[in-house]
Ligand binder design. Structure first.
Ligand code: FMN
Length: 354
């Protein structure tokens, strides 16, 4: 049997297979209030029907003034709970584990949502940037904890903290961005103080069974730092690591000769070797054969495939049933879903062919 379709027990929860739908923002599905719309729920209904074992709802803002775009889902108030509840119920109804990615953009906060972009330290290439005060850091910590409480109330089985791609938690974790000299910078423990306090706060508020995942940037700024961050997060109480990139293109690890995957996946496999908790690897896995190799050789516990499942929401069932899949066409310079899912050429082709 394919190792992709073996069950995994995540804490106490059975996960039906090793395939994850990673967080993927669908801009313009929600309005400026960040409340889930029918378009959002239909999208997750379609993806969940497709068969992935874990579905991570897209980056959802914990603070209104920390959004990466004006039309991003939000969870900064209790008004967001019913809509989020519809997504959680839809996903669980299809037998997948339902996690919500919670997010703050920090230094790359969109100029339409806030005059300033606040992060650990001023960024020389962003004139809108400002360093957070201790009081503001504590407010953001509380916003993340409250977001997790709301996610649990909405029916999610856990959250994933967005600590990758150069967003706020990644900015604190990485000395590339974090130049602070107080309790929130200068050492690994200090750089991870905000994340650690959030993890402890969520555990206290949401209980032992609630899954706390963390998407980390492997190069933050080096892979050695990424490994140290992963181990620290595990100690702090994280249940699931999701290894992606750290928002800067410096210090990229070299992949060994014969390793036919990119450095992000390589980093995930290295972190898996060091870590005692389950690890998701991601980025350009692209095919079932490549996914199978990673799981079959125990280089990862889960594989996340984003664009393949956007192009073909039935990707997982098609693989399981040995059916043809609708291939992602790998749009350059970047995936058309960033603008509008209606522009996805693979989806357009599939509609024409049907
Ligand atoms: C349209 C689009 C939106 C994305 N939104 C998010 C997001 O909300 N949060 C996140 O952590 N990553 C986001 N990503 C990155 C994906 O989760 C994933 O890491 C990336 O697509 C690489 O995996 P793939 O090669 O299987 O697509 C997004 C990617 C795309 C293409």
């Amino acid at each position: 049997m394919s190792s992709l379709f073996t069950e995994f027990i995540l804490k106490k929860l059975p996960v039906k297979n090793r395939i994850v739908f990673p967080p993927v923002v669908c801009f313009h599905y929600a309005g400026a209030d960040g409340i889930v719309t029918t378009r959002n729920t239909q999208h997750y209904q379609e993806i969940a029907t497709g068969g992935a074992g874990i579905i991570i709802t897209e980056a959802t803002a914990v603070c209104k003034d920390g959004r990466l775009a004006p039309f991003q889902l939000g969870i900064w108030s209790d008004e967001h709970i019913p809509g989020m509840g519809q997504i959680a119920a839809t996903v669980k109804g299809k037998g997948a584990v339902s996690l919500l990615q919670i997010h703050h953009a920090g230094l790359i906060t969109n100029d339409q949502v806030s005059e300033f972009a606040r992060g650990p330290s001023v960024s020389s290439n962003n004139p809108r940037s400002a360093a957070l005060t201790i009081e503001e850091i504590e407010e953001i910590r509380n916003a993340f904890i409250e977001a997790a409480r709301r996610a649990q109330k909405a029916g999610y089985q856990g959250v994933e903290l967005h600590g990758a791609h150069g967003y706020l938690l990644n900015q604190f974790a990485s000395s590339f961005f974090n130049k602070r000299e107080d309790d929130y910078g200068g050492t690994l423990v200090n750089n991870l103080r905000l994340a650690t306090d959030i993890i402890h706060g969520i555990r206290q508020k949401c209980g032992d069974d609630f899954i706390i995942g963390y998407r980390l940037g492997a190069n933050s700024p080096t892979l050695e730092d990424g490994i140290a961050i992963a181990l620290h997060l595990e100690q702090a109480g994280v249940d699931l690591l999701h290894v992606s990139h750290g928002g800067s293109l410096l210090n990229l690890p070299r992949t060994p000769a014969g390793f036919n995957y990119n450095w992000i996946i390589f980093s995930g496999t290295v972190i898996k070797q060091h870590s005692g908790i389950p690890v998701i690897v991601v980025n350009e896995i692209k095919t079932a054969e490549r996914a199978e190799w990673l799981i079959g050789n125990n280089l990862a516990d889960f594989v996340a495939l984003g664009r393949p499942q956007l192009a073909d929401p039935d990707w997982v069932n098609h693989i399981k049933n040995n059916e043809a899949i609708n291939q992602c066409l790998g749009c350059k310079p970047r995936c058309r879903w960033y603008e509008d899912s209606k522009l996805c050429p693979a989806r357009i082709k599939a509609t024409k062919d049907s």
